[in-house]
Design a protein around this ligand. Sequence first.
Ligand SMILES: Cc1ncc(COP(=O)(O)O)c(C=O)c1O
Length: 423
Amino acid sequence: MDTIESNVFETAKRVLPGGTFGNFPGEVIIREGKAGRVWDENGKEYVDYLLGSGPMLVGHAHPEVTEAAQAQIAKGTTFFANNRLGIELAEAIVDAVPCAEQVRFVSSGTEADLYAMRAARAFTRRDKILKFEGGYHGMSDYSLMSLAPKRSGNFPMPVPDSAGIPKSVREDMIIAPFNDAEAVDALVREHKDDLAGVIVEPFQRIIPPEPGFLAAVRKITADNGVPLIFDEVVTGFRLAYGGAQEYYGVVPDLCTLGKVIGGGFPLAAIAGKAEIMAHFDKSKVGDENYLVQIGTLSGNPVAAAAGLATMAILKRPGAYERIHGTERELMATLGGLLREAGIPAQISGEPPLFDVVFTDQKVRDYRDTLSGDAELMRRFNALLRERGILKGESKYYISLAHTDEDIAFTIDAWKSAIKELKV
Ligand SMILES: Cc1ncc(COP(=O)(O)O)c(C=O)c1O
């Protein structure tokens, strides 16, 4: 096979470890995207549920986002100084997100989570952080504890997910099972004198919180004087305009945001209560309590322009109804098709992101996801890719730009792939 894509992939294999940027299988080389579709270097068209791993909630190359970014590009792309668009974006976040009294910008979700944990440590003058098994908070040493352990450890002992993490980091992380408020209660009470914060994805990967779980975690943390951090890098401006905290009605002390707020450019944020955010301000907390935070591209004006344009689109009446409606239809249809085919499966998710787990067991935490048939999942995803559906390993991201035609195309691809899955 001598195609443009295979030639480019040969180069990729030579110059990139594993032939990839580390994110997605290297043989897929995307040339361009428009609305809910992308095209690879050979011109093959896909309905895109990868959506750049989530930022492109209003679709690729949305004309309003493109225009806003281009207008700023012509005026200069980065200044390392306050700029009006970045300040307006911070104001829009404060207006939208219940816990956000102040905002500090960084360039990636990884950084935002790292600084949120550091802010909680600076505020409480304690060291330990409780996170949940299977919870994703980027790539820092602290976050890569029990993200995806192959073999489950004993709670609350962390299992490092990566080579290169100092052994000592384990001592500062406590791991709890998601959706188990009793376990959280016991661990928070036991460790409260050393516990700087609890960090949670309010909607963990594709697992919704059970009714009452987040409210219980909120109460336990508040009762014990431990800051609660919601990682809203995925859920922010996606589950609702005010994120998971609006959607589930539970307000943390701090949250992190990313993906949607940068409109497809590198931008993320830590946002939260002014008394914790004060640690980013030496004049408020003094030298000793000051949390040093500097980043070359922080508050980048092109990213801010794209983020503001994206948020303006999402704010229009009907936007979330449309995204959620599309998702509900897709989830119900996929569940029905797999049931008809007699394939044991759970559809797990929340508008506007979901996936199937091939198991007959209810999925309420990370260990339940391990009961899924990973090989069947791999085959299903591969069959779908052949049929022009691009998606992540375990997530469909829905966009406002997905059309009825995209949905019909997807359902046809599912039908045909499920037929083949059975043989
Ligand atoms: C919940 C969550 N937190 C943090 C991150 C890290 O964000 P980034 O990839 O921008 O570093 C991700 C990335 O997918 C995420 O899903």
